[in-house]
Design a protein around this ligand. Structure first.
Ligand code: HEC
Length: 205
């Protein structure tokens, strides 16, 4: 086969490229040659860096006063605080309907967050109490049964006397689900035959 005019230079170029490839992969002490910088190294501030431009000397800007993140406008006192804006008192009724899914979620959250102290049935005999924590009252007293839903929500959110608040651990919607389950738990421990559907009463005998 006859070599063309460009065969030699082409081979040479390929070899060179190959060698450059090898060279690129090695650790080097000097910074690599950067023939086309584009915008690879743009002057900018790092977070927390000081700035001579702004009066307070910081690069980080604080949001304008009254700024609210999208989806964080908590302007419904019933849902977010359990407070009736007309009376300023705890709402009587849970704003979240007691659907099956709410109750299921509430049960799961109750078992995780509350049962350790209050026990799975709310009798106040949780494992933490066995180890010496201040015993909470049973949920099945006349007094607590008559508490408005908003009060239970407030206790979960802010705690009360010896009980810590759970606002940081339990999101608002979950708190209301727990309140729904809480009410179901109370009914379950204070039911009579009339609460059982007629067709199921035979099973109790
Ligand atoms: C660390 C243990 C602990 C956990 C966890 C806990 N509680 Fe309590 N709770 C207490 C104690 C102790 C009291 C009694 C407070 C007092 O009167 O000093 C109490 C009281 C209450 C009361 C009665 C409040 C009143 O007004 O008398 C309710 C309702 C209640 N808890 C609900 C809950 C719910 C719902 C959860 C789960 C989200 C929960 N608690 C988690 C310890 C706990």
């Amino acid at each position: 086969m006859r070599h063309g005019r460009w065969t030699r230079p082409a081979l040479l170029l390929l070899t060179l490229l190959f060698l450059v490839g090898c060279y690129q992969g090695r650790p080097k002490k000097k910074p690599p040659i950067h023939p086309n910088p584009n915008m690879d190294n743009t002057p900018r501030y790092e977070a927390q860096e000081s700035s001579a431009f702004f009066e307070d000397g910081t690069t980080l800007r604080t949001p304008v006063e009254g700024t609210v993140a999208r989806g964080s406008l908590h302007n419904d006192p019933i849902f977010y605080e359990g407070i009736d804006p007309r009376t300023g008192k705890p709402v009587e009724e849970n704003p979240v309907p007691a659907t099956m899914s709410s109750l299921k979620r509430g049960q799961e959250r109750f078992d995780i967050y509350c049962s350790v102290c209050h026990g799975r049935v709310g009798d106040g005999k949780g494992i933490v109490i066995e180890r010496g924590y201040t015993p909470p009252p049973t949920f099945h007293s006349e007094l607590i049964r008559n508490y408005p839903d908003g009060h239970i929500f407030d206790v979960i959110s802010n705690g009360i006397r010896n009980m810590p608040g759970y606002a940081d651990q339990i999101p608002v919607e979950d708190r209301w689900d727990i309140v729904n389950y809480f009410r179901a738990l109370e009914r379950s421990q204070n039911a009579d035959v009339a609460d059982v559907p007629e067709e199921l009463r035979d099973r109790l005998k």
